[in-house]
Design a protein around this ligand. Structure first.
Ligand code: AMP
Ligand code: MG
Length: 307
């Protein structure tokens, strides 16, 4: 599968185009075109203080955006790129202010999805926030993008995304690397590769270092909460996401400890809840465990949907 020239022309003419990555669908625009980037903020209703990730198709393009690149970056790229790891680095002056929301850093990622790589190779670097209206869950299917934008946005359909949660954001512009947003690449995996401790940003509520973390954009309209012993699984106004159950019922989805599948489907379930007019989404609680990398990211997104 390759990208139709139509989409490449659209991007080059300054129009946003939605495309699949392995995490979620992105709303892509030319990273060197301020007007195109403004269109992305406007279409999404995204607050202008929430910076964008620049998506590249070749690691050498880092040098077009970032300066003072530490040695650890080469190691991380070797191991995790292309893939769902976003690196925050000191920015070069040419990086547009619209992208960085006035920060002195820039976030960069080389996605793994074939269509994304093919598109970016032909258009050049793209900013690509998740292709949802601000406030809606991120899109993991082309149809989710259509739900939010109708035919006002062109969409490259690549089916369902593989990971289903947004990338791990790792700040490597500071002396000790720090995870600003958990994703499918875990703290432990990064530590193993770097051979040193990785911090986690816990300043979240006060003033998160990743500005997007202060917005609860992972929420459906339905209330989301954890399961408690008093819950009645027969309540037809509640959609239950169960980790251990195996009850066959319309309002119950069983995950049977398959956390990667829960991550892949979580936003789809949130959207399903709203479309099918459920009042509440109730999720069976689960704890972190050593060998399941996705769990901290799942707990982060569910936690935001609940708060
Ligand atoms: P989205 O593309 O919708 O997944 O959002 C991108 C995320 O990356 C948001 O949480 C942003 O706050 C974060 N981000 C982008 N650029 C930076 C940066 N320079 N420093 C810290 N966080 C960033
Ligand atoms: Mg987003």
């Amino acid at each position: 599968m390759t990208i139709e020239p139509y989409y490449i022309e659209l991007i080059k003419s300054g129009e946003p185009v939605a495309f699949p990555t392995e995490t979620v669908y992105g709303l892509g625009a030319d990273a060197f075109n301020t007007k195109a980037i403004e269109k992305v903020f406007k279409a999404k209703g995204r607050p202008s203080d929430n910076p964008l990730i620049v998506h590249i198709s070749d690691p050498v393009q880092i040098n077009d955006f970032a300066k003072e690149i530490p040695e650890s970056v080469n190691i991380l790229i070797q191991e995790f790129w292309p893939g769902p790891l976003t690196l925050v680095l000191k920015k070069k002056p040419i990086v547009l202010d619209k992208i960085t929301a006035g920060l002195n850093t820039v976030a960069l990622r080389m996605p793994k999805h074939k269509l994304a790589l093919d598109l970016i190779a032909k258009t050049g670097p793209l900013v690509a926030p998740s292709a949802n209206k601000s406030g809606q869950p991120s899109p993991t299917k082309a149809n989710h993008v259509f739900e939010d934008f109708g035919d006002t946005v062109s969409i490259i359909d690549g089916g369902t995304t593989e990971v289903g949660l947004e990338s791990t954001v790792l700040d490597v512009s500071r002396p000790s690397p720090m995870i600003l947003r958990p994703g499918s690449i875990s703290k432990e995996e990064i530590e193993a590769v770097l051979g040193s401790t990785v911090l986690i940003d816990d300043s979240e509520k006060a003033k998160p270092k990743s500005p997007g973390q202060k917005y609860s954009h992972y929420k459906p309209k339905a209330e989301v909460r954890w399961l408690n012993p008093k819950d009645d699984l027969r309540d037809p106004s509640t959609l239950f996401l169960l980790i251990n159950g195996n009850k066959k019922q319309n309002n119950i989805i069983n995950y049977d400890q398959e956390f990667d599948r829960l991550a892949r489907e979580l936003y789809d379930r949130f959207r399903q809840a709203d479309i099918e007019k459920y009042k509440t989404v109730v999720i069976e609680p689960f704890d972190e465990r050593n060998n399941v990398a996705i769990i901290p990211a799942l707990l982060n997104r569910i936690g935001k949907a609940i708060s």
